[in-house]
Design a protein around this ligand. Structure first.
Ligand code: HEC
Length: 154
């Protein structure tokens, strides 16, 4: 009986997640005027790594726009959507600088593609597309925040 209850609870949680996942993307209200403007055409790589203010701005934007699915402060792996701290995991393990740079470039392309296009899988919106909603300045700032591993490091 207890197992059945747990299973039913899990089912309810899963369905709740799906209901959330059909929500549309809403732009975070975060001031990013201190970041160099990037324009409308998306860059191939994150231009903000190493900028002190980028993770702070990214953190605020992440918590408004991404946290409800990917976990508060990018510091939990108990959220319904994937733990985004894993995105640069493979790259971080590479010692060779040139290979690491290539890995990060691939990572940036994947991040931008995922964020811009969202995740619509066999007609179901798992993540809404952020293109035209989230300025690329905030997208790259969010990525620098995730990579800063402010939450419990993995
Ligand atoms: C409505 C829930 C939801 C919101 C809000 C959301 N995501 Fe997602 N996201 C998902 C789900 C679910 C997936 C995994 C989809 C799949 O591949 O099954 C995902 C996947 C991703 C991926 C690819 C992850 C990987 O492991 O390859 C990235 C990057 C990403 N999201 C970034 C973001 C960012 C940045 C934000 C905030 C601007 C955001 N997401 C907001 C639900 C969401």
């Amino acid at each position: 009986m207890r197992r059945l209850l747990i299973a039913l609870t899990c089912l309810a949680v899963t369905h709740g997640t799906l209901a959330d996942a059909t929500e549309t993307a809403v732009a975070p209200t975060v001031d990013y005027a201190s970041l160099p403007p990037l324009g409308a055409a998306w860059l191939a790589a994150n231009p903000y790594r190493g900028r002190e203010e980028a993770p702070l701005i990214g953190r605020a934007a992440y918590n408004q726009a991404c946290a409800r699915c990917h976990g508060a402060d990018a510091s939990t792996n108990a959220a319904p959507a994937p733990d985004l701290r894993n995105l640069d995991r493979a790259c971080r393990r590479i010692a060779d600088a040139a290979i690491k740079a290539k890995c990060m470039a691939d990572n940036d392309a994947w991040f931008a593609k995922s964020v811009r296009g969202g995740k619509i899988i066999v007609g179901v919106t798992h993540m809404p597309p952020w293109d035209g909603v989230l300025p690329q300045e905030l997208a790259w700032a969010i990525q620098t925040f995730i990579e800063s591993h402010v939450g419990a490091p993995k």
